[in-house]
Design a protein around this ligand. Structure first.
Ligand code: AMP
Length: 360
């Protein structure tokens, strides 16, 4: 089976690494000459709206998926005429726009911060008056890794902020005084079978995910599964979805969904019986899903900007390096490591060891 992937970054690369043992081949559509998934399949180097190359991709592959949610809606609509695309155009439409996403949470009875649609500075001033400060102004689309958003703490922060974010449609959200950030990675097959990985506790730095720790019997696991299950069913979703929550007052508030494999699920490559990457491929290919059970305690540390000395990382016991083969650049995710062991206390020690390598 040949899978077409829109986007040829590290998520595409890890999909190919997981799918090759299943006998799958891959083609990546990505305009970047140095797309890091390219060595693992065919690279169609073209813009996402290039209909000739989209048609070529559709002719060559059995189905199409994507590794980022900002794929233009027209691209998905065009491809869908010729080849199955998973997750669906509708799932993508909702997930790429914070207003549609938060409205869906509200309609499904899933707690989420207060929010308001902002199309002008006057809308922003009115929304601040009703939601209050602090609050977070975010662009409705195209935001990632903390980009396209601003925390508003005082009246001065509000002045001119709509223009500062580019005068594009935005969402104002009430600031959530969270005690932690967790995500639930789930997979749903073409037949509706659904499985959930354990909740993961995430730590961000400057808006970029730094550390994910898979939890042990988290008390909010079943509540998170209930919320995520509602969304998967509503969207008749096929594939892996990651759902990010704030932990607050002993409950959960929905932040956002990613309609794809997700950074907070990278630990599953070595830390779960079947990784998020292989489960995504199984789901979209109509194969039985794999077990989402953990195989011990595990954590994932991102390498941002550069990968520390490879010899030192691989020397650590049960520490698994994933080097994306990308040029090193400040703020760019260039690799990660999964750490595994049998108990949480040892896991914390291992995390500290890798953090020391990153710092050193
Ligand atoms: P996002 O792009 O929506 O995931 O936001 C990036 C990060 O900003 C989140 O992981 C949080 O740490 C923080 N953040 C986003 N929205 C809020 C909010 N409404 N209240 C508090 N912190 C937020």
């Amino acid at each position: 089976m040949k899978i077409g992937v829109i986007g040829g970054g590290q998520l595409g690369r890890m999909l190919a690494l997981a799918g090759t043992p299943l006998g799958m081949n891959f083609a990546f559509l990505d305009p970047a000459p140095d797309a890091c998934a390219a060595p693992l399949g065919e690279h169609l180097r073209a813009d996402y709206g290039d209909q000739d190359h989209l048609r070529q991709l559709a002719d060559e592959v059995d189905l199409v998926t994507f590794e980022f949610e900002s794929v233009p809606a027209e691209t998905v609509a065009f491809l869908s005429q010729f080849v199955p695309v998973y997750p669906s155009a509708e799932a993508l439409r909702i997930a790429r726009d914070r207003l549609f996403e938060k409205s869906m949470f509200r309609d499904l009875g899933i707690p989420t911060p207060a929010f308001a649609d902002i199309l002008s500075q006057a809308d922003l001033d009115a929304a601040v008056a009703s939601i209050g400060l602090p609050a977070v102004l975010k662009t409705r689309t195209l935001g990632y890794d903390g980009k396209g958003q601003k925390v508003l703490r005082s009246a001065e922060d509000v002045v001119g902020t709509f223009a500062e974010l580019g005068s594009v449609p935005c969402l104002l959200e009430g600031f959530v005084p969270f005690t932690g950030e967790v995500s639930l990675v789930a997979v749903r097959g073409r037949d509706g079978e659904t499985r959930f990985y354990p909740l993961v506790h995430n730590t961000h730095e400057s808006g970029i995910l730094r550390l994910s720790v898979a939890s042990e019997d988290h008390p909010l696991q079943s509540l998170a599964e209930d919320y995520v299950g509602r969304v998967l069913k509503q969207l008749d979703y096929v594939g892996v979805m990651a759902f990010e929550f704030f932990e607050v007052d002993g409950g959960l508030k929905a932040n956002e969904i990613a309609p794809r494999v997700h950074n907070s699920g990278h630990w599953t490559i070595e830390g779960a019986e079947c990784s998020q990457f292989q489960n995504h491929l199984r789901a979209i290919a109509g194969l039985p899903l794999g077990s989402t059970a953990k195989v011990g305690e595990s954590a994932m540390l991102n390498f941002i900007g550069e990968v520390p000395a490879v010899d030192k990382i691989v020397a650590l016991d049960d520490c698994h390096l994933h080097h994306y083969g990308k040029a090193f650049k400040v703020g760019r995710k260039v690799g990660h490591a999964t750490l595994r062991c049998s108990d949480m206390a040892t896991l914390q020690d291992k995390i500290a060891e890798v953090e020391a390598l990153i710092a050193g």
